[in-house]
Write a protein that binds this ligand. Structure first.
Ligand code: MSP
Length: 637
C-alpha cells in the first residue's frame, strides 16, 4: 500500500560553503526519497538554509557584506550544489523568507498567550560561538567543548520557554517508542541526558546585542534565539497548520540529522511541538560524522572536502562512496584513495564489467536485439531467486536507513550475474547452431537481469541506472519497484554496447610512484621470455593481500584445495592447485597474495574467484606469503 513520507535534512548554516558532511546528509535523504517514490509512496523532501544569528552576522561583517547579501550568496551556493548533484528535493526553505518568519511569529505568539513563555533574568556562562548558555557540568575544563574557548559570564533579561515541565512526558514518550530516535545508541544518549533536570530554554536575544533575527511578536526589543527559529522550518516549509501540504505531510514527518545536533532535535523540539499543539515527528534518524584522512574537517587544517570538485572528478562514484562506505549512525573516514579503491573494485570492475559484457554479448550474439527466451533451467531460477533476495534485502535495509546493507545486497546480485555469465559461457554456446535456443535463454536472462538491476540501482545511482536503461533501449521511461516483475524486457528491443560506465582510475599513489618504478625497471636484467608490458598493463592485475580463513580439500581431487579467504571486507572462495604441497590446516591464518580481478572459473564443480600466487620450479612450489603483518585487502604492487 502506498505510504506518505516527509523527510527533512537539517537546514545548513550559511557561515560556510557546502562541504562533504552536508552532501552526505543530503545525498542520503535524496536516496531515501527516490527509493520511496520508486516504491510508489508519496514522498516530500525538504532541505534549506539556516540564516539568522550572531555567527552569520559576524561572518557577513568580516566579509564586508550585509547579513542578507551574505546569506543570499551562501544559500545560493547550497542551492547550486544540490542542483549539480542532481538532488531531488521538493522545497528549499530559507529562514529569512517571509513564509518562515510568519509561522515562527505565529507559534511564538501562541506559546506566549498560552503561558508557555515567561520573562526572566538569567546569568550564566555564554559561548558566543555556540550562541548559547552552558551549565557548569557541560563545560570541559571550564571551556566550551566545541570551541575550546572559555565562556563569558553574562547576565541579561530574556524570554524563556517552560521546557522543564515537559521532561517527564518526553522521557515516557521516548521510552514507549523504541524506534522514535534511531539508531538506538542515540536514543540511549538522550535518555541518559534526560536523567538530569531539563532546564527552561532561553528563546530570545536582546536586540541591543543582536539584530539579525526574527523579532518577537510581543516584544520588539528582542529577536528569536536561532535554534528556536531554525527548528520551526520543518513546519513553516509546509505552510503551517491548516495548509494543505502541511495536513498531508506533517503526520508523516521524519528528520534526518547528524549526531552533532541530536540535543536540539531530541530534547527541545518535541516539547516545542507539544506546547504548540502540533503532533510530534515520527522518527529522528541520526547519522555519524565523517573525518577526512582520519582528521576532523576544519578550515585551519585546510582539509575540508568539497562536494562539487569530487563530483566533477569521480562522478556518481562520489555518491556511491558516501552511501557504501558508512554504516548508518557510525562515524566514517573519507579519503580519495579509499574512494578510488571502491570505484575501481565495485563500479569499474563488478558493475561496469557486467554491463559491458552483457550488452556486448547481446550485440555480438543476438544482432543487438533482445532474443525471445527458450525454456529455463535451474541456473535461470537461481538468478531469479538472487534477484528476489536482493529486492527483499534492499527493502528491509531501507526501512532502517541502512544504505550500506542495501548496496551490499545489490552487489551480491551483481556477483551472481557475473558468475552466471562465466558459467553459462554464451561465447561457447554461440559456436554450435544446436545451442541457439539455450543461448537465447541465457542472453534474455542477462538482458532482463540488467533491466532489473537498473531499477534496484535507481535510487542509489540514478545517472548510472539511466545509462544502463539507455543501453537496453529503455531510456526515459518511468520506473517503479513493481517493474521488478520478471519478463518485462520485450524481446526485439534494440540494445547498444554500453561503453565503460566507470573507467578505472589510477590512485594518486599508483600514478605518483610510476616514475620510480620505471627507473628501477630499466636497470633490471630481463630474466623471463615474456614480452615486456607497460605499467598500465601491469596495473590491470589487481593483486591483493588475502587472509586464509579456511582450507579444505576439493572432493575427488588430488591436487586442488578450496581456500576461503578474506580480502578487505569481502570473503571469497579460491581453488588452488597446491594440495600436494600444503596441509590445509597449516594454511589457516596465513596472509597470501591473490589476483583479485581474475575472471572466475569453475574447477571440479567449485567456483574459484581469483588465484593465489605461488612460485613454481619443477616439482617445487612455494606460496607467496607476506613477511610482515598488513591487513587483508591491501594492494600489492
Ligand atoms: N543550522 C543547524 C541545523 C539546524 S536544523 C533545524 C546546523 N547547521 S550545519 O551547517 O552546521 O549543519 C550540520 C549538519 O551538517 C549535521 O547535522 C550533518 O547533517 C551535516 N554535517 C556537517 N558536518 C558533517 C560531517 N563532518 N559529517 C557528517 N555530517 C556532517 O547545525
Amino acid at each position: 500500500m502506498a505510504r506518505t513520507f516527509y523527510l527533512t535534512t537539517p537546514i545548513y548554516y550559511v557561515n560556510a560553503p557546502p562541504h562533504l558532511g552536508h552532501a552526505y546528509t543530503t545525498i542520503m535523504a535524496d536516496t531515501m526519497c527516490l527509493y520511496r517514490r520508486l516504491a510508489g509512496d508519496l514522498a516530500y523532501f525538504l532541505t534549506g538554509t539556516d540564516e539568522h544569528g550572531d555567527n552569520i552576522a559576524r561572518a557577513a561583517a568580516t566579509g564586508g557584506q550585509t547579513p542578507q547579501a551574505y546569506a543570499d550568496r551562501i544559500s545560493g551556493a547550497f542551492r547550486e550544489t544540490w542542483q549539480r548533484l542532481g538532488i531531488s528535493h521538493d522545497d528549499f526553505i530559507r529562514t529569512t523568507e517571509e513564509r518562515h518568519k510568519r509561522i515562527v511569529q505565529a507559534i511564538l505568539q501562541k506559546l506566549y498567550d498560552a503561558g508557555e513563555l515567561y520573562f526572566g533574568e538569567y546569568g550564566g556562562n555564554y559561548c558566543f560561538g555556540c550562541e548559547r548558555y552552558y551549565t557548569d557540568k557541560e563545560l570541559v575544563d571550564g571551556k566550551c567543548p566545541d570551541h575550546q574557548t572559555p565562556p563569558t559570564f553574562i547576565k541579561e533579561q530574556n524570554y524563556f520557554f517552560r521546557m522543564s515541565r515537559y521532561q517527564e512526558w518526553l522521557v515516557r514518550y521516548i521510552q514507549e517508542r523504541p524506534d522514535f530516535i534511531r539508531p538506538e545508541r542515540y536514543r540511549n544518549e538522550i535518555l541518559a541526558f534526560l536523567r538530569t533536570p531539563l532546564e527552561d530554554l532561553c528563546i530570545s536575544r536582546p536586540k541591543s546585542r543582536l539584530q539579525w533575527g526574527i523579532p518577537l511578536p510581543f516584544d520588539a526589543n528582542f529577536v528569536t534565539y536561532v535554534w528556536f527559529d531554525a527548528l520551526i522550518n520543518y513546519v513553516s516549509a509546509l505552510g503551517g497548520p491548516g495548509a494543505e501540504t502541511f495536513e498531508t505531510f506533517w503526520p508523516h514527518v521524519q528528520h534526518l540529522i547528524g549526531k552533532d545536533i541530536l540535543k536540539p532535535h531530541a530534547a527541545y523540539w518535541p516539547p516545542m511541538l507539544k506546547a504548540a499543539g502540533l503532533p510530534v515527528y515520527q522518527h529522528l534518524n541520526v547519522h555519524g560524522y565523517w573525518t577526512v584522512n582520519g582528521q576532523k574537517m576544519s578550515k585551519s587544517l585546510g582539509n575540508i572536502a568539497e562536494p562539487l570538485p569530487m563530483q566533477e572528478k569521480y562522478g556518481e562514484a562520489f555518491r556511491y562512496f558516501l552511501l557504501r562506505e558508512s554504516v548508518f549512525g557510525l562515524d566514517s573516514d573519507f579519503s580519495e584513495e579509499a574512494l578510488v579503491a571502491r570505484l575501481n573494485a565495485d563500479l569499474a570492475n563488478d558493475l561496469g564489467n557486467l554491463v559491458s559484457r552483457v550488452t556486448t554479448l547481446l550485440v555480438n550474439f543476438a544482432k543487438g536485439a533482445v532474443p525471445r527466451p527458450g525454456p529455463e533451467t535451474a541456473r535461470e531460477s537461481e538468478v531469479r531467486a538472487s534477484l528476489e533476495k536482493a529486492r527483499g534485502e534492499v527493502h528491509d535495509a531501507m526501512e532502517e536507513f541502512a544504505f550500506q546493507r542495501a548496496l551490499i545486497a545489490i552487489w551480491e546480485l551483481i556477483g551472481v550475474l557475473n558468475r552466471y555469465v562465466d558459467s553459462t559461457a554464451p561465447w561457447v554456446l554461440a559456436k554450435e547452431a544446436a545451442k541457439r535456443e539455450r543461448l537465447d535463454t541465457v542472453l534474455y536472462t542477462l538482458g532482463e537481469s540488467l533491466r532489473c538491476l537498473a531499477i534496484l540501482l535507481a535510487a542509489f545511482l540514478p545517472i548510472t541506472s539511466e545509462r544502463i536503461r539507455q543501453a537496453l533501449g529503455l531510456a526515459g521511461t518511468p520506473i517503479s519497484l513493481d517493474d521488478l516483475a520478471w519478463g518485462k524486457l520485450p524481446p526485439g528491443i534494440r540494445v547498444l554496447k554500453a561503453s565503460a560506465l566507470f573507467p578505472r582510475v589510477m590512485s594518486a599513489v599508483e600514478t605518483g610512484s610510476s616514475g620510480e618504478r620505471a627507473g628501477a625497471r630499466a636497470s633490471t636484467q630481463r630474466s623471463g621470455a615474456q614480452p615486456r608490458i607497460s605499467l598500465e598493463e601491469f596495473a590491470k592485475v589487481d593483486l591483493r593481500v588475502a587472509e586464509v580463513v579456511a582450507a579444505d580439500r576439493v572432493e575427488k581431487s588430488k591436487k586442488l584445495l578450496k581456500l576461503t579467504v578474506r580480502v578487505g571486507a569481502e570473503t571469497r572462495t579460491l581453488v588452488a592447485g597446491i594440495a600436494e604441497h600444503y596441509d590445509p590446516a597449516a594454511l589457516v591464518g596465513k596472509k597470501v597474495v591473490v589476483v583479485a580481478n581474475l575472471e572466475s572459473a569453475t574447477l571440479m564443480g567449485v567456483i574459484s574467484e581469483g588465484m593465489v600466487l605461488a612460485a613454481v620450479e619443477g616439482s617445487h612450489l612455494a606460496l607467496v606469503i607476506l613477511d610482515r603483518d598488513i591487513p587483508p585487502g591491501a594492494k600489492v604492487r
